[in-house]
Design a protein around this ligand. Sequence first.
Ligand code: SF4
Length: 280
Amino acid sequence: MTRTERARLTLDRLRDAIERPETELQYRTEFELLVAVILSAQCTDARVNLVTPDLFAAYPTPEAMAKVEADEIFPYIRSVSYPNNKAKALAATARMLVEDFGGEVPRTHKELTTLRGVGRKTANVIVAVAFDEPAIAVDTHVFRVANRIGLVDDAPTPLAVEDGLRRVIPREDWGEAHHLLILHGRYTCTARSPKCEACLLTDLCQYYARLQKLPIPLTGLDPKKGTYFCKTNGRYFDEPTTKTDRYGVEQLADPVSGSMNVFLTKTGETTKRIKDYRIG
Ligand code: SF4
């Protein structure tokens, strides 16, 4: 199966499963969307939605927010992550909107990234959601899901994922694909424990295929002989070393033979881990 076919099937199935592929941030205007997206960096949409009603009531326009300093914005957003930096970013961005863009949110990616607190991902979200322009914003969910499924080839950075997705997804689907992949990552293909048993993509997913190849647990191991057991040479030991496998994942290894065929003696489970793709 080509990557393009895998992408097409993935989006078809996610479309069937996800009723409303759109942002979960609550906003009424382009300015409110910009503020909400800046606040959502390394924070959940649910948390942002808790603080924005009061913030938007106090500062409904760029002009209103441009009149105040960051420390006046801070109390409204203190419960989101990095509130100090985000308060400063909002104050500076509101002033730039008023002074440089006539109080409007600019429409181009280039102009948007001149605003404080607006990087490539945020700008992509704004142009796609507010202005219906084709763009794929890669956040932590899109990064993980695209790599796990194999829509991109072990892409190491958000920009590499964005480039890879643009190659395999038709331009007119970029905005929708962004939301479908985010929602799939948020609710099904979660970072710590992906819900593969409930997923519609198991036959397409490379991560799932690797999961199936993990060794089954061993029985009859004796924890008194050591914390770990190497199946390759039948050796118990307590102090493992680490090696990096062909997927770039550090795995526990037998310090004598270097074998990564290592099991926990208490549970019999393999210590092998599959790369689960976190940004950074
Ligand atoms: S099968 Fe599992 S890892 Fe693959 S996309 Fe579905 S939830 Fe994610």
